[in-house]
Design a binder for this molecule. Structure first.
Ligand code: IGP
Length: 262
């Protein structure tokens, strides 16, 4: 359970010679009653871990695709507590590790101690809190440690080397290497020195380094994973799920499974 479950999932994939693939979906996009089925589909398609987003009224890091998915989820009446309740019900039927992505505000409203406990009870293995800076994370880290929940830190392109080293040291589960400056969303290309940046993060991190933001096709997956351990894909997955294009999702995830392609 928890952190150890994420470590194990990455270990298995990397040992086979594959790269990790972490799809992001918005909880309750399509209705919360679809969630179990969506998670089962992603597991079957070969996802390593799933990043599950909680819709929020002020999603500062989210681009248009994720924002629209958030609006659909909110229109379906989805809330943090409803998602935790739902995950708790299906906890024992799931193998796929789950990382919850939520901003700090809903966590505050829930109450930090209660939130960490509810996450553990719901079988959540890790958290991404994009608007929680290193300097502030002391408010939640002890509660997460007590419940063995990993806190995945984000490394921005604009961070200093010193800060990246600190992030690399502290992060748990994986290091989320943000590949662009700006919000989430599909992009056509990446900046030239990104490969070198990812490799330097790999030296700084004790856990796998995954590249995310703007990854949307198999070519992106192949070129980025030459320099890191895997990818996180949000907007493209959300869009394909909304259009019910499961084949596109399978193809994208399969592009990280390089051991069978050699
Ligand atoms: O959508 P993209 O460009 O593929 O990027 C992943 C991203 O959507 C997902 O990881 C995510 C959604 N919301 C976030 C907020 C902050 C950090 C990361 C995220």
């Amino acid at each position: 359970m928890g952190k150890a479950k994420i470590d194990q999932a990455f270990n298995d994939v990397l040992k086979r010679g594959d790269k990790a693939f972490v799809p992001y979906i918005m909880a309750g996009d399509g209705g919360l009653d679809q969630l179990d089925e969506q998670l089962a589909f992603l597991e079957d398609a070969g996802a390593t871990v799933v990043e599950l987003g909680i819709a929020f009224s002020d999603p500062v890091a989210d681009g248009p695709t994720i924002q629209e998915a958030g609006l659909r989820a909110l229109a379906n009446g989805v809330s943090l507590s409803a998602v935790l309740e739902k995950l708790k019900e299906s906890k024992d039927e799931r193998n796929l590790p789950i990382v919850l992505m939520t901003y700090i505000n809903p966590i505050h409203t829930y109450g930090i101690g209660n939130f960490a406990k509810a996450c553990a009870e719901a079988g959540i293995d890790g958290l991404i809190i994009p608007d929680l800076p290193l300097e502030e994370e002391g408010i939640i880290v002890p509660a997460l440690q007590n419940n063995e929940i990993a806190l995945i830190r984000l490394a921005a392109l604009t961070s200093t080397d010193e800060r990246l080293a600190e992030i690399g040291k502290r992060t748990e589960g994986f290091l989320y290497a943000v590949t662009v400056t700006g919000t989430t969303g599909v992009r056509s290309s990446f900046q030239e020195n990104l490969g070198a940046h990812l490799e330097s993060l790999r030296e700084k991190s004790s856990v796998p380094v995954l590249a995310g933001f703007g990854v949307s096709n198999p070519e992106h997956v192949r070129s980025l994973t030459e320099h890191c351990d895997g990818v996180v894909v949000g907007s493209k997955i959300v869009d394909s799920l909304y259009k019910d294009d499961k084949a596109a999702i399978r193809e994208l995830i399969a592009s990280a499974h390089i051991s069978s392609q050699k």
